[in-house]
Each structure stands twice: as C-alpha cells, then as structure tokens.
Ligand binder design. Structure first.
Ligand SMILES: [Zn+2]
Length: 329
C-alpha cells in the first residue's frame, strides 16, 4: 500500500530531490529498517527548506528524526495515560510511539551567515541523523561559510555537531551563547548530579570554544534584527530569539515546546526533558501567549519539519498551524 504510485506522487517532500525518491514514504519505511536507511542516506540528501524573512534568507535543515515508543514516558508526566492517548488519537497520531525531529536553522542576513544550533553531529550517523552539514551543502553552504554559531542551549541534540574529531566543525565561526546557560553547565557543582553526563559533553565540546564566544543575557543582540530572550525551564539559561527584517518577524523558540500537539495543546503538561518542569510550563505559556497574541510565526527545533508555523489560542493551549506560503508573497 505505502508503495503505490499514487502515494509516492502525493507525498513528495520539499527537498527538491527531483526524480530520486519520495522522502516521506522512504522515511516511514526505514524507521523499522535501519540498515536500509543507511544505504538510502548515502544517496538522498536530507530535507531542507528555504524561505525569505524580509531581507534575510532562512534555511531549515532536517538533521534527523528519532522514533521512540511510549510517548507517556516523555510527555504528560503529571497526567494519566488515558489523557495522553485521547489527545493523541484526537490528533490522528499513534498512541504507542512518537517521532522527535531536529531542525537546526541557518539565517543569511547578507552580511552574516548565522547557524542556530548544530544538530547531533557525526556520532549520530548510524541512526540516520547528524545530517546538518550535508543539508547545508545541498543549499550551497560549506562549513567555512558560517560566520556565527548561536547556541540556544547546551543539550546534546543542539551542540552535538559543534566539534568533530576534536576540532571546530565550522572553522571560521565565532560563537554566541547564553551567559546563564554557560555558567550553569561549566559549574563544578554539576558533578555528581543528574546533569553530570551532559556537563561532560559541554566541557568537551563547548568550553574549548569559549575564547571565541560572546555571552548574551536577556535582551542581548546577536546582530541587527536578532535579539535574545531568556526562556528558562527546559534548561536554566535557554535563549530564544526574536528575528526581524523589513517588517517581517519570526520567533525562534528552540525547545520551549517539544511536541506540536502534546506541548502546545497542553502547555502545562510536564515534559521529561524540561529540567525545571514547572518553570518550563510557565515559560511555554508566556512565550506562546505572546506568539498567539501578536500573530507572529515561530520556528521550534522539534516541531514537524520544516518546523515553522503559527499558533492560535485554543482553550488553555494552542493549535499549531504549519506555515505554507505566508513568506513567499
Ligand atoms: Zn532539543
């Protein structure tokens, strides 16, 4: 059924893959067949998506997607299993598994080429992820073209591709990170706590770059039109960004919401990855109340690719409306 000609024609993705294949169908099949995925990955570039934001060019790259079982072990930790199953079913999603995808994003302002987060890195190739560099290349950007790397927060799926083989993966870039975030992860007080594992990767992959790093606080500027907002909870010092050019606006929300249904329709539901769960929920509501009220687009790292959309306030949560041609006309 999934291989029918009609399915292939109607499900062709946005990657500009020409006659090679239909990635949506291929992806669905290979979730259960990792070896086959490895073979296919060598041929098919990852999904990329480009659009214009005023005078800025935005490029979203699908670094990878990770299927997991048991959504209730990650989302709705403070909810009964039936509530989760009901909400997933109402949204036409399976109740026994979910897919988490990763969308690092490049913004070319004309004077700077800015990369927000670096994906999982080469170490994740065996799982079909860590494909950021390939995706950038497919759009014509080489690693040495990146002038600034912005780290929204220091979890492994965001800093995994910043160093490869002990060297900076983007050799000409300088770095921008949150002061609170950096101080938290490099503090020796993390040793012996649940944060210790992630701290090791920060010490190995981020700290060596500190000399070329600028540290932002709430309201700090990356460059003209790109301003940081402190959004704590998921991590203590996560930064999100207001991006504005020629009257067009986008809020890059990083991991403020981690699932387009479970986190947006039920922002108060606890998420395993939020280090301070109550603060994560409070930040989620504050940020998406603002995005809904101001009717601006947002880009969420774990939203379904291409990870850009709008939200409409609905009850105590939000309805996700994926972007279509709003930036093209
Ligand atoms: Zn993340």
């Amino acid at each position: 059924m999934a291989n029918s000609g009609i399915g292939r024609r109607t499900l062709i993705g946005t990657a500009g893959l020409g006659i090679l294949a239909a990635p949506a169908i291929i992806n669905a099949e290979v979730f259960a067949q990792e070896k086959q995925q490895l073979a296919i990955d060598r041929v098919i570039p990852p999904d990329i998506h480009k659009f214009k934001l005023g005078g800025f060019q935005v490029l979203v790259v699908k670094d990878g997607a990770r299927p997991s079982g048991a959504p209730g072990e990650t989302f709705g930790l403070n909810q009964p299993a039936e509530a989760l199953a009901t909400l997933l079913s109402q949204n036409f999603l399976p109740t026994d598994q979910f897919v988490n995808s990763f969308s690092p994003t490049l913004i070319d302002t004309g004077s700077d080429v800015i990369l927000f987060d670096t994906g999982l890195g080469k170490a994740a190739h065996a799982q079909g992820a860590g494909r950021l560099v390939e995706g950038l290349a497919a759009a014509g950007y080489m690693p040495e073209d990146i002038s600034i790397i912005v780290i929204t927060h220091m979890h492994g799926d965001h800093i995994g591709g910043i160093m490869e083989d002990g060297r900076p993966a983007f050799p000409k870039a300088r770095y921008v990170a949150g002061q609170v975030e950096y101080d938290f992860w490099t503090d020796s007080a993390r040793a012996g706590t649940p944060a210790e594992g992630n701290q090791k990767s920060v010490l190995a992959n981020v700290k060596p770059l500190a000399e070329r790093m600028a540290f932002l606080k709430d309201g700090g500027e990356v460059t003209s039109g790109i301003t940081a907002m402190l959004a704590p909870g998921h991590t203590p010092g996560m930064l999100i960004f207001n991006i504005e050019s020629q009257g067009k606006r986008l809020v890059l929300t990083a991991d403020t919401a981690n699932h387009y249904v479970l986190s947006l329709q039920r922002p108060e539901w606890e998420v395993r990855f939020d280090m301070d769960k109550a603060q994560g929920a409070a930040t989620r509501k504050k940020v998406f109340d603002m995005i809904a009220a101001e009717k601006v687009a947002f880009l969420g790292y774990h939203m379904p690719f291409p990870a850009v959309g709008f939200v409409e306030k609905q009850g105590t949560g939000y309805r996700f409306v994926p972007k279509s041609y709003q930036f093209d006309i």
